[in-house]
Write a protein that binds this ligand. Structure first.
Ligand code: URA
Length: 451
């Protein structure tokens, strides 16, 4: 067997065997397969695709390329939740503590943000003292004691994915369903949970822009997970507008705190949180066949009783962090602004181009792609892996797409440590955002389907 034959086979759209896929992945990790050869095969896969069996074999080869966490000795069914990435997606910070409060252990490994997509570890890093560097022993201890742990993916987990992803990033081969599916699932399978709920984002702020490709990706990941003996569920959710009120790392933790304290809960975020928690609950070992309404009630009760926020605090403290500075979020930001280390700009309806209306307005399109890029410009995200981020930069929306807007009303506040970036971001919003006449039929369910 040699790599040139394998590349040629895929070039002619032939099915690769398990042995050929193992040969490729092992060769990538050992360095026996050169980057240009791996890139050629990735392009052939991108063009000709892979069936479920090939995708499963590729995923398993990548999963076994490094360490695998064995969570069997926890003695409980551990769950994992994964989002394919979006703008303003802070659901992990909310779902993890709710599930822990419900008695369902959630063990997660998360990544950092890249491009317009945020990453949970960047968000958690804005909590003073918080460490996402968790040993295997502590990962298991925290699962047993707190019931929720979130650690940064280590280099030893699915190393083949790191090499292949870096090549895909620079060879135009990211947007391939078998490659995305195997990349995500190899890390999920190596992290050891027995049940996985996937939040597959669909829309302008996501990898998958249309419903059909989001569904194909979800089905591919479900199939791989089931073949690997996992209990799987996928929820396809709309990502055409940012999720929740905040986009930006610390701002999103603030929103998660407000959500868990039941102070402020954006309706679409609440819907996504409830559905994800409900699907996770139904895969857990505490589920006793309760109705959907009863499960939704249990979830709501864990928030309203303060139990979910207490779990969040316990989780943060266990990983070395302190939420003291989150006790008064507004004065935290005002202090930074008064010190001159943070700049802020409020935009009102009068700043935005309006298409004439005699009464109320709404956004023509509160585009997740636009606000992902605005947030990137403000300094909240990174264009390249090595870029530094501004933890306090970002956007807080006062009005979302389903809300009525009156002339003069404040729409959003933009934050950045860099005045030039702030001005650029303001210009981006003013150039692209439009207000149109309000239409109360415009609100659509954020949950597109559950598989
Ligand atoms: N997230 C991943 O981990 N891999 C991909 O290929 C795409 C999104």
């Amino acid at each position: 067997m040699n790599i040139i034959e394998i590349i040629e086979k895929k070039k002619y759209n032939q099915k690769l065997t398990k042995e050929e896929i193992d040969f490729f992945v092992n060769g990538v990790v050992d360095g026996d397969v050169a980057d240009y050869q791996a890139s050629a095969l990735l392009m052939a896969i991108c063009i000709n695709g892979m069936d479920y069996e090939e995708t499963y074999n590729l995923t398993m080869a990548m999963t076994h390329s490094g360490d695998m966490l064995d969570l069997k000795d926890i003695g409980r069914a551990v769950l994992d939740k994964h989002s394919t990435g979006g703008v303003g997606d802070k659901t992990t910070l909310i779902v993890g503590p709710i599930m822990a409060a419900l008695g369902v252990p959630v063990g997660k490994m998360s990544g950092r943000g890249l491009g317009i997509t945020g990453g949970t570890i960047d968000k958690l890093d804005t909590i003073p003292g918080f460490s996402s560097d968790v040993s295997t022993e502590n990962f298991k201890n925290y699962l047993k004691t707190v019931g929720f742990v979130d650690a940064a993916q280590t280099l030893s987990l699915a190393p083949a994915d790191k090499i292949l992803y870096a090549l895909r990033d620079v060879t135009g081969t990211v947007d391939s369903i078998p490659l995305i599916s195997s990349s995500i699932m190899s890390k999920k399978l190596a992290s050891g949970a027995g049940s996985i709920v996937l939040d597959v984002k669909c829309g302008s702020g996501a990898f998958m822009n249309d419903f059909d490709s989001a569904k194909l990706l979800a089905e591919s990941m479900i199939e791989t997970g089931k073949r690997a003996g996992k209990k799987m569920r996928a929820v396809i959710t709309d990502m055409n507008e940012p999720l929740g009120y905040a986009v930006g790392n610390r701002l999103e933790v603030e929103e998660a705190v407000d959500f868990l304290k039941a102070v402020k809960q954006e309706p679409r975020l609440k819907r996504v949180v409830t559905v994800l928690c409900s699907e996770m609950y139904k895969l857990s070992d505490v589920y006793k066949g309760e109705s959907d309404e009863a499960v939704a009630y249990l979830i709501e009760e864990k928030i309203n009783s303060g139990a979910a926020y207490a779990k969040f605090t316990e989780f943060v403290n266990m990983q070395g962090g302190s939420l003291d500075s989150f006790a008064d979020n507004d004065s935290y930001k005002e202090n930074l602004i008064n010190e001159g280390s943070l700049f802020k700009k409020e935009l009102t309806a009068d700043d935005i181009t309006t298409i004439e209306s005699s009464g109320a307005y709404m956004y023509e399109d509160l585009s997740a792609a636009l606000f992902g890029n605005v947030s990137l410009r403000l300094g909240a995200g990174r264009l390249r892996k090595e870029d530094e981020i501004d933890p306090d930069a970002g956007i807080v929306f006062v009005k979302k797409s389903f809300e009525k807007i009156m002339p003069g009303e404040t729409l959003m506040t933009l934050y950045s440590r860099d005045f030039e970036r702030l001005n650029d971001a303001v210009a981006m919003v003013k150039d692209s955002l439009k207000l149109v006449s309000y239409d109360n039929e415009s609100d659509k369910d954020i949950i597109l389907t559950i598989l």
